[in-house]
Design a protein around this ligand. Sequence first.
Ligand SMILES: [Zn+2]
Length: 291
Amino acid sequence: MPELPDLEYIVAVLGSVLPGRKIETVRVKNPVVLRVAVPGTLPELIQGHTFRACARHGHFLRFAIGDGHDLIINPMLAGRLRLGSIGEREESSLCLAAGLDDGTELRYLDDKQMGKVYLVAAGDHRAIPGYDAVGIEALSPEFTVGRLREILRERRDQVRAFLLDKTAVASIGNAYADEILWAARIHPKTGCAGLTEQDITRLHAAIRGVLSDAVREVARRAQPIEIKIRDFLQVRNRKGQPCSRCATPIRVEGVRGHDTFYCPSCQPNRPDARLGRRQLVDWSRLPDRKE
Ligand SMILES: [Zn+2]
C-alpha cells in the first residue's frame, strides 16, 4: 500500500499539474471500486468540471472538483494513480480514467480492486469509512514526543500494531513500520506498555526521521507516480541480507499476520518489554536469571 512518503510525492506531482485542468472525458471500466454518495453518475457529475486542488488526508487522497464535489481515493493495498495520455493502451487493472483538456489522462489502477474511489459533496465526508478517524500526522508540529507518550499510555498492543493503526498515527504501513522500529532499535513484538522513556524518545525520533528522509528520497528520484520507490529501505524485504549497522542477517517473522523484517541484534527481544510494564516480572527474583 502507498504510505506517507509515497502519498506525499503523488500529491506534490498531481498538485502541480491538475489544478485548472478541465475533465473532458470520464471512463468507468470497473465500477466495483466506485462509491458515488450524491445523486447521479460519475461522468454526469464531474465531466466538464475543473480540478481545483489536491491534498492528502491521512491515507486518503482528496481532489476538489468544480464547486461542488470532492473525489476521494483510499488506495488500500494495491490502488495506484497514473498520469498517462488519452488513447494510450489500457492496463488490465484500469478501473477509472479522467481525460483532461491537455491530452493527459489520470488513471486509477487497482490489481486487487480493494481500494475505493468516492465522490461526495464538497466537505461532506460522512459516507467515507475511516475518513474522520485518521490519527495524528507524524510530520506535523503537533506530533511531539510528549504527544506520542500520551497516545502510548492508552495502548495495550504491540508497538508494530500501534504503528499500523491509522487512527493513532496516519499513513504508516508495513514497510515504514519495519524501518521505524529498526531505526529506533525496538523489537517489533515489544508491547507499547513495555516501552521505556528512552524507547519512546527514540521511537519518536525514528518516526519523524525515517518518514521525512523517505519523503525527500522519493521526491529526489522523481519517478512516475505509479511506482513505489522502496529500494533505499534498510530492512524491509531484505531477509538474510546483512544489517547495514551490525552485519547480522535481517530476519523475517510473522507478527499479527504481517511479515515483519528486523535485525535480531540491533532490535533485541527484551522479555520485560514484550510483556509490558503492567505485567512486569521481577527477573532478579527468579532463581536462574536469563536475559
Ligand atoms: Zn543490526
